[in-house]
Design a protein around this ligand. Sequence first.
Ligand SMILES: [Zn+2]
Ligand SMILES: [Zn+2]
Length: 187
Amino acid sequence: MKRPDVKVFVSDIFQEKAYLIYSDGNAIVIDPGNCYNSIIKFVKNKHLNVLAVLLTHGHFDHCMSCKSFQENGVLVYIHSLDADKLYTDGNLANMFGIHFDKLFANRTIEEGELCIGNFELLILHTPGHSAGSVCYIIDNYLFSGDIIFENGIGRTNFYDGDYKQLMQSIQKIKPYLDNGYKLFPGH
Ligand SMILES: [Zn+2]
Ligand SMILES: [Zn+2]
């Protein structure tokens, strides 16, 4: 499989970044945010088939349009420890006074390898920002969610955040970044 292309969309809520990874007519979405319409427009233009929505964690700013994807037959994946955030106040939407369409994930994931269509992914469990935060590695791309940004690290002051765990998680992905993997952060 040739190196997939990545298209970035930016949510107008907290500038959350949604990523569409595509190759050979198939695509996966990482953290759609509230970008459903713009992603679908792009997908239709390029005649892509969206195979899955993968979430780095369950905070609402990353997950807002999951329900729309799911209602259109796209499976939603999230780590088991963040799965309940999709239908509880754990997604923090209420805290920010924002409407969130609740849903149940189609698949819960753990650390390890995952194949979706032609896409081969490595999932790293990287808690600290939330208990079920993960990073996804595809080719030499690393999608970090909210554990690390271009200029800083994620917040740990939410109820299941943990600073020490976050530091350990950053150590876990550091070798990839040192080896030239390209970072695609959540904001
Ligand atoms: Zn978050
Ligand atoms: Zn976020």
